[in-house]
Design a protein around this ligand. Structure first.
Ligand code: CUA
Length: 200
């Protein structure tokens, strides 16, 4: 390699003016847009950090592996899918997505409950979206998806499969029938508390 391949500054045949043209020159508006883009990127990263740290908003990660062939084993938590109460106001749901339904397809919790969803798929790729919340997960065979949510507002929340799932030869296709419903009922504890306060 010779000196000349290193750029205009080091080329003895180039005059000072030409060398300046060859150097990095940023136009005024180009500079403004560069700074704007850099500032927006910084703001977005900050927003993600604030959302994760202050509001607990996160995407489900690779929480674990589960062999889809062992879901029915007696010692598998997925053998009896459904809602379990861990403590007052704290629940967990082990849920199996399969062609073409959710197990369980009905869940009921009192308002204010914190629910952790453990989700996997038995056969093909499914999805789990709980309408009206930011719960949105993939259900993958072999993969455990975990997401926690608190339900403060009584009402019904439908959950649907949002991954176009499976064609099994000879069977009707049922992706559109794959849904369930979570019901948040007014908190019994809150009512009891009110009753006690009024009788005292
Ligand atoms: Cu399961 Cu679409």
């Amino acid at each position: 390699m010779t000196e000349q391949t290193h750029g205009p500054e080091q080329d003895p045949n180039v005059t000072g003016d030409q060398a300046e043209e060859g150097a990095l020159h940023v136009e005024k508006w180009e500079g403004i847009w560069l700074r704007f883009a850099a500032a927006m990127t910084a703001i977005f990263i900050l927003a993600i950090i604030v959302a994760a740290a202050s509001f607990g908003i996160s995407v489900p990660g690779a929480s674990g592996r589960v062999d889809p062939n062992t879901l029915s084993d007696p010692n598998s938590p997925f053998a009896n899918p459904g809602l379990r109460e861990l403590a007052p106001g704290k629940y967990e749901v082990y849920m199996v997505a399969q062609t073409w339904n959710f197990l369980p397809d009905k869940i009921e919790v009192p308002a204010g409950s914190e629910v952790t969803f453990y989700l996997t798929a038995r056969d093909v790729v499914h999805g789990f979206k709980l309408a009206g919340t930011n719960i949105n997960m993939m259900a993958l065979p072999g993969q455990l998806s975990v997401l926690k949510a608190t339900f403060d507002t009584p009402g019904t929340y439908n959950y649907i499969c949002h991954e176009y799932c499976g064609y099994v030869a000879g069977a009707p296709i049922g992706h559109q029938t794959m849904y369930g419903q979570l019901t948040v009922v007014p908190s019994v504890a809150a009512t009891d508390e009110t009753a006690q306060l009024t009788t005292e």
